[in-house]
Design a protein around this ligand. Sequence first.
Ligand code: PHB
Length: 366
Amino acid sequence: MTQAQGLLFESFQLGAMTLRNRMVMAPLTRNRAGAGLAPTELAVDYYAQRATAGLIIAEATQIRPDGQGYINTPGIYSEAQVAAWKNVTDAVHAKGGRIVLQLWHVGRISHVSLQENGQRPVAPSAIQAKAQTFVAEGMVDVSEPRALELDEIPTLIEDYRKSALNAVRAGFDAVEVHAANGYLLDEFLRDGANQRTDAYGGSIENRARLLLEVMQACCDAIGADKVGVRLSPVSPFNDLKDSHPQPLFNYVVEALNTLSPLYIHVIEGATGGDRKVDPTFDFRALRDRFHGVYMANNGYDKASAEAALKDDAADLVAFGRPFIANPDLVRRYALDAPLNELNPATLYGGGAEGYTDYPALDEQGA
Ligand code: PHB
């Protein structure tokens, strides 16, 4: 790898971690958790196969049971889940890799069949999203949520804090607070989903309050140099709308500066889609405002990632789908080798097929 040309293959100091390269594996939902919503031995292989990434961000993982919105996504709230994740982090570390856990609460993007006693999912306000989720019966419309009561918010923040501590006990190098893609923390940020009239709704300051309090709690618990955050300022994913994303996210990033988190991880465009969905939004303004590490994501390939690093538009670049189909993506990019094709049919749920059986170059006789 030392011969590889390009900024992508340079090492990078991220908090206390020295990353071997600047390629990050993005968090990817694969719906393959086992009993008790714990990762299985297959997940251990899957992540270990991808340990040559400079950093792995493990899939979105529930902080508590009502944070689940899809079938068979893992959690980090039970002792069995902590123990199972420890197998994953040990395997990645044994190969010299680094791994972060993404802390997730889906908010209103859930279905009563996934909730205890069939209760309604929780959200900032009782506004149903025009979105679908994947449950035992297949794809269904998400359920109508109920608004979180003001006195439920301290417990919610405490559950993020406990999850951050659990992640560290499970051997993760850091956590990433999921504040993107129309899930709970993103819902609080946006005026299209948050119509609260208390301290957590209304003004930009109020809508950003929950995210900032969650970040503060996680930073206090495990250290700010172990807490990153993911944002998707313009993504319409999961029916999320906001009237003025630029001032909202300018404010969020400036407020985050006061906490000095490990990084911001920014989905630049529509999640998994069009990078130009809102051509008026200035991502460079976020990059320039933020005093720490900026991780870029969405539709990058080797050439566009190299260009972003060269232009100083990013410090790190996260790749999603390319890492699903290519466990040795770093080596393939370094050698300009051809990539495996992704099979969309095996993305969500199932077993080894489309999960741990994508071959590395060596296994293809290259
Ligand atoms: C999904 O399950 O489709 C999913 C989960 C988390 C995301 C985005 C998509 O951030």
